[in-house]
Each structure stands twice: as structure tokens, then as C-alpha cells.
Design a protein. Structure first.
Length: 223
């Protein structure tokens, strides 16, 4: 048998390869055409019965529209402490009090009340390092309340003044003590209802002056 040339050898090898591929494809096709027995679902994948669909919310014959709405509000209501800390904390104290008291006559007084404003006052005194230097009249019935000013109204105005402080008021008061312009025995300086009534009849009246001048008008008379 004569040896094959290079071209004949390549042709023979290619034909054998194609013949082998054709046989393999035919076997795979026949194997795919064979029917397979349906597999039983595993216990973990068995269909579970669907939960019952809740009945549509509707008003009973014994409920009025107002009572039904109140019940729905009770179900969706946010806890009071979350409501106060997540919303009213970021408002100016006067806006928080006005909005909280007007939003709900049921939730307003328990949420936005004298303890709420006193916490705002304590926070402002801490931020500005004024604890022991400045304070408000914390008695249940502050002396000097006018007929149109409640305790809540008085404390709200004081809180607004303290939260509006600019600059280093604590350093100014300590400097006044060093130069004997302020008697240390008289500390803390109390923002009285009488001062609030005279110098802070409204927020616009307080902001009519620059911040530093307004603060001096607030605490300068005590020097």
C-alpha cells in the first residue's frame, strides 16, 4: 500500500472527524427524544394551600362614619414617642407647639406640652453652655404671667430665645463676672414672664433687631 500524500492524508482525517461528529449528534438527538417519566415533586416543593383572603374592610351597621375612621386611625397611628422624636424635634419650638396642639386635640396635649418645651430649654442651655448662668421660671405658676399668657406660652417664648442664641453668650456672661459687672450670687439669670411680655410680644418684634443686640436687650439689664 502506497503512503498517502499530505493532501490525501488531510482529506481522510477530515472525513473521519465529520463521520464521528455525525454519529455523536444522532445519538444525542435520539436520547433527547426519549420520553422521561414525570418526577414527583419533592416534599419541600409541594403546593401549600393559600392563606384565606382577608375580607374587605367595611363599615358595620353599628358604626358611624366618624367612628369607623377613628378606628382606622387607631390602627395606623405611630407610637407617640416616635411621633415626637422623629418629627417635632426638627421644628422650631414655636412651630412645634402650634402644630402639635392644632393637629389633634386628643394627641396634642400629651405630646406637645410643658415637659416637651422644658426639654427643649434644657437642650438649648446645654448646647450653649449656659447651665447655671441662665434659666427660666420653672415653678408651676410663674409670677408675672399676664391674663393672655399661659405657662406653656411663656416657656415656649423662652425656649425660642434660647434656641436663637448666636455667638458665645456664655463667654460674655463669664467675662462680665470677671470684671464684676455681674454679681455671681445673682446667677442664674432668670428670663421672667415680665421680660417676655415687654421684649418679646411676637417673633417679628424679636427679630427686628440683630441677633447680638436682641441678646443684649434680653440679658443686658441684669448686668
Amino acid at each position: 500500500m502506497e503512503p498517502l500524500g499530505p493532501e490525501a492524508l488531510c482529506t481522510t482525517t477530515l472525513n473521519r472527524y465529520l463521520s464521528h461528529r455525525s454519529g455523536t449528534s444522532t445519538r444525542n438527538h435520539n436520547h433527547m427524544q426519549q420520553p422521561q417519566a414525570p418526577s414527583s415533586p419533592s416534599p419541600s416543593r409541594r403546593t401549600q394551600p393559600l392563606p384565606p383572603v382577608p375580607e374587605k374592610d367595611h363599615m358595620t351597621n353599628d358604626e358611624s362614619p366618624g367612628e369607623h375612621q377613628e378606628m382606622r386611625l387607631q390602627e395606623m397611628r405611630v407610637p407617640p414617642d416616635v411621633y415626637v422624636h422623629a418629627f417635632f424635634t426638627f421644628l422650631d419650638v414655636d412651630k412645634a407647639v402650634a402644630l402639635g396642639r392644632a393637629t389633634s386635640t386628643v394627641l396634642g396635649p400629651p405630646l406637645v406640652n410643658v415637659p416637651f418645651v422644658l426639654r427643649r430649654i434644657d437642650s438649648a442651655l446645654t448646647v450653649h453652655s449656659l447651665i447655671g448662668l441662665v434659666d427660666v421660671d420653672r415653678s408651676p405658676q410663674p409670677a408675672g404671667l399676664t391674663a393672655g399668657m399661659s405657662r406653656l406660652h411663656y416657656l415656649t417664648r423662652c425656649a425660642y430665645v434660647l434656641e436663637s442664641i448666636v455667638g458665645d453668650l456664655a463667654g460674655f456672661l463669664r467675662l462680665a463676672i470677671i470684671y464684676r459687672l455681674l454679681n455671681e450670687v445673682r446667677l442664674p439669670l432668670i428670663i421672667t414672664p415680665g421680660w417676655v411680655d415687654r421684649h418679646l410680644p411676637s417673633k417679628s418684634a424679636y427679630h427686628r433687631l440683630p441677633g447680638a443686640i436682641a441678646q443684649y436687650c434680653a440679658f443686658g439689664p441684669h448686668l
